[in-house]
Design a protein around this ligand. Structure first.
Ligand SMILES: Cc1cc2nc3c(=O)[nH]c(=O)nc-3n(C[C@H](O)[C@H](O)[C@H](O)COP(=O)(O)OP(=O)(O)OC[C@H]3O[C@@H](n4cnc5c(N)ncnc54)[C@H](O)[C@@H]3O)c2cc1C
Length: 386
């Protein structure tokens, strides 16, 4: 079923989806990307457009309001959006893979019926809060607590850097919290917090270097009460379940990164053909040609890596190592290509209205979010038996 992923030649329905999202990215996203970035404003009109196209429902069954596609379809959409505007792409990535997917994977029927139709339609956004002020890589160090009291979970603590948590359409934040202790080890569970809920505060947005049109906030919880039924998945499985979500999410981030790496190639080819220096287009200089050829090789390698990881995941085979490899090489490809593309653009590459300048600022977080490069290396090392 997924043999095509090994050949890189996509069946018609995937090609059609990629083309539709590419056209949308060019005609709707690109014209407003620089303005939203400059104003640090959330692109509601773009998100509405993506919702109308069904992008938030891509990997979910139709019975939950989804498009009946798969995770690879989501990845293709992220690659196309990532070429043009990483803020928009991460809004979709976080909304689907962190906001809605945990409910789909681990929710009860009632939780799925309540949340998925809203989240899959894009009318509502979900967020996932794992990272805390004290640490992100060491997710087991969670300090936020949830204790049962009269049939309610009472949640106290804080989360840091949570994407999509403070928009006007954010309706759900799922958090990991310590719900007990066994044999000296923390019991960590996931809990659904509808927005708004008394005691739950969305703190002011960060002033970020990149992804400036995406929504990121610290969150605090002071005696936040939600019903006992809001436990997501088994009690004590919150950490393990979230690791599964992160494994998948790494393929999605690799796809977004591939888009960013390819966007830098496309912009550089266009610019190098037009820009003249010393009496001829700079594309005629071999050092420029070679730089762009290397950028294309990086983008291609990144794409191959995420196709490979997606093929294993869709075939139901172990994919942890492949997802970590894809995230590692694709995020590095994006950052390296952004640096090279900026160099090729000369001074214009340092001016924000040029897409490569945005990629230069945006790409760094790809090597940090959803597991830093060091965390990917740790996972790969473990998988090869170290
Ligand atoms: C814009 C943005 C959006 C985000 N969105 C979300 C979100 O929606 N939900 C969420 O939960 N989190 C989110 N995050 C948090 C992100 O996932 C974390 O920042 C990331 O996992 C790193 O955690 P940290 O910042 O605590 O760094 P730390 O874990 O403190 O790491 C600091 C440095 O130490 C290195 N390091 C740590 N441990 C080791 C080790 N054992 N060996 C070698 N090196 C190590 C790291 O690689 C890194 O270089 C977001 C962050 C940003 C900036």
């Amino acid at each position: 079923m997924t043999e095509f992923l090994a050949t890189g030649v996509l069946p018609d329905e995937y090609q059609q989806l990629a083309k539709t999202v590419r056209d949308f990215a060019q005609s709707v996203v690109a014209p407003v990307a620089a303005r939203h970035d400059a104003e640090h404003s959330f692109p509601y009109e773009v998100v509405e457009g993506m919702a109308e196209m069904g992008l938030f429902g891509l990997p979910f069954p139709e019975e939950f309001g989804g498009m009946g596609g798969d995770y690879f379809a989501l990845c293709l959409a992220l690659e196309e959006l990532g070429k043009v505007d990483q803020s928009v792409a991460i809004t979709l990535e976080a909304g689907v893979s962190l906001g809605a997917m945990p409910v789909y994977r681990f929710g009860t029927d009632a939780q799925k019926q309540e949340w998925l139709p809203q989240l899959a339609s894009g009318r509502a956004l979900g967020a996932f809060g794992l990272t805390e002020p004290g640490g992100g890589s060491d997710a087991g160090a969670t300090k936020t607590t949830a204790r049962l009291d009269n049939g309610d979970w009472v949640i106290n603590g804080s989360k840091q850097f949570i994407t999509n948590s403070g928009t006007d359409i954010t309706k759900l934040v799922t958090v990991t919290a310590v719900t007990g202790e066994h044999d000296g080890r923390k019991e960590i569970s996931s809990i659904l917090i509808p927005v708004p809920t008394p005691g739950f505060t969305v703190e002011p947005a960060y002033d970020k270097v990149g992804w400036r049109a995406s929504d990121t906030h610290p969150l605090t919880f002071q005696d936040v009460r939600v019903p006992e039924e809001n436990l997501l998945g088994e009690r004590g499985r919150g950490y393990a379940n979230f690791l599964r979500i992160l494994d998948e999410g790494r393929i999605a981030i690799a796809a977004l990164s591939t888009g960013a790496a390819q966007g830098c190639v496309d912009e550089s080819v266009k610019y190098a053909r037009e820009r003249e220096a010393f009496g001829q287009p700079i594309s005629r200089y071999q050092s420029i040609e070679f730089t762009i050829a290397r950028m294309e090789a990086r983008a291609h390698t990144a794409r191959t890596a995420y196709y490979d990881a997606a093929a294993l995941m869709l075939a139901g085979k172990p994919f942890k190592k492949h997802a970590a490899i894809a995230k590692l090489v694709a995020s590095e490809a994006a950052m390296d290509n952004a640096r090279d593309a900026t160099q090729i653009h000369g001074g214009y590459g340092f001016i924000n209205e040029f897409p490569v300048a945005r990629h230069y600022r945006d790409s760094k977080i790809l090597e940090i979010g959803e597991g830093t490069s060091e965390v990917q290396l740790m996972l790969i090392a473990r998988e090869v038996g170290l």
